[in-house]
Design a protein around this ligand. Structure first.
Ligand code: HGY
Ligand code: MN
Ligand code: MN
Length: 409
């Protein structure tokens, strides 16, 4: 196993087969597809010469076998899970690119400036359960053990899902790392945006990662005969939900540094001739500016309450996740820029509108990210695409970064 775009693609193509049938890749936390991937991932890590173990949160860890000059540990990694009908690269690219870089270094018996671990985090997307960063937050000592009782749409708990993949949930608190032992965290990820492609650059250096919050909202109306109830006497939950969707959309369009979406919505009883009684929906807001995000949240929910009152509807609301934005480490950005210049690539710094495991890892250590160009910026979609050359360039940059990283500075 060595650095080559073909090698990276061979592994990514095989990893993508561990998916539910259907367009794109669907591999959510604790699913049979996720469980089936783990032994394969372990085999790839061992082929690279890494010493592997599965931790209590279902993270698969591969430790570089040659002790570093410094006793501190640099963690490389990304997430094993995907969204529903997502792409082959979101997550897995950040596992496979460092994997082949470490394989080549190990083959050359390279002694690195510090110890290195590659971590395939069990869940970052938070698609199956209303939580996120379930793999990385325990390492930062930020996992809320109450999350173990969160249930998916079939009533299965997060705790059971972790047990199903060989995790040991009750031991999660013991996963917290000592910041003193850390040299930093570096994640390779597709850009999931159009900037690098527009500027014809293969890779970029992330300057900051956006802040994110998620809400679950239930709109309570009253079912009724769609033909006989006069319009002004209806309690139509879906009309209320429609006002919520447009309120989120209009509020976010008022400023460039806020984005938001009602990404999931379900109607009941969901019948053609019944006035909707109940709507479950989620609201997600993102901004690098936490104060703006908080002000906008208040504005949105005040408007939503007014609409509910006008339409005679009930509202239930819970913020299920909130994470401030993170500045990336200048030290790691400098190390990446040095590696870029060794390949004659001018460093392009850019902001990440997507959330990543670095949001959790920033509570533990310095974080940095290397972005890889992706076709038309498409992601969270079956058409997500990168090139073999760019994947290979990213691996060579990671190798160069590892050889020259400043572990103690
Ligand atoms: O949603 C995100 O930004 C990331 O893909 N989890
Ligand atoms: Mn994603
Ligand atoms: Mn991702």
């Amino acid at each position: 196993m060595k650095i080559s775009g073909q090698q990276i693609f061979d592994i990514l193509e095989e990893a993508a087969t561990f998916s539910l049938p259907g367009p794109g890749v669907t591999r959510v936390l604790g699913s049979p597809q996720h469980k089936a991937l783990l032994p394969k991932l372990k085999q790839w890590m061992q082929q690279a010469g890494l010493e592997t173990r599965l931790d209590a949160a279902g993270n698969l860890i591969g430790r570089y076998p040659i002790e570093g000059l410094s006793k501190k540990t640099l963690i490389l990694g990304s997430h094993q899970d995907t969204v529903v009908q997502g792409g082959k690269y979101d997550g897995m690219l950040g596992i496979v690119v460092p994997l082949v870089a470490l394989a080549e270094l190990n083959a050359q018996k390279a002694v690195l400036p510090c110890n290195v671990e590659l971590i395939a985090f069990s869940d970052e997307e938070g698609v199956r359960f209303p939580s996120t960063l379930t793999g990385s937050s325990p390492l930062a000592g930020k996992f809320d053990m109450r999350n173990l009782q969160l249930k998916d749409k079939d009533g299965v708990t997060l705790e059971q899902a972790l047990l199903d993949i060989g995790g040991n949930p009750e031991q999660i608190p013991a996963l917290a790392r000592n910041p003193e032992d850390m040299a930093g965290y570096l994640e390779v990820h597709i850009e999931q945006g159009p900037v690098l492609e527009n500027e014809d650059l293969p890779v970029g250096i992330v300057s900051a990662i956006t802040g994110i919050e998620r809400h679950s909202v239930i709109v309570h109306g009253e079912a009724g005969h769609a033909g006989t109830i006069p319009m002004n006497m209806r309690k139509d939950a879906l009309v209320g939900a429609a006002r919520i969707v447009s309120t989120v959309d209009q509020t976010c369009k008022m400023t460039d540094s806020l984005v938001g979406v009602v990404g999931s919505l379900s109607v009941s009883p969901n019948a053609v001739n019944v006035v909707p009684a109940l709507v479950n929906l989620t609201i997600e807001l993102r901004s690098p500016d936490s104060k703006l995000r908080a002000r906008s949240r208040e504005q949105i929910f005040a408007t939503i309450q007014e609409h509910a009152k006008e339409l005679n509807l009930g509202l239930e609301h819970q913020m299920t996740y909130a994470q401030d934005g993170v500045e990336c480490s200048p030290k790691i950005q400098k190390g990446l820029a040095r590696a870029f210049s060794s390949f004659g690539i001018s460093p392009r710094y850019l902001f990440s509108g997507a959330g990543h495991d670095g949001l959790a890892m920033s509570y533990l250590t310095d974080v940095g990210m290397l972005f890889v160009r992706c076709k038309k910026g498409v992601s969270h979609h079956p058409d997500e695409a990168i090139t073999m050359d760019d994947a290979e360039t990213a691996a060579r940059i990671v190798k160069e970064f590892l050889l020259s990283c400043n572990a103690d500075g």
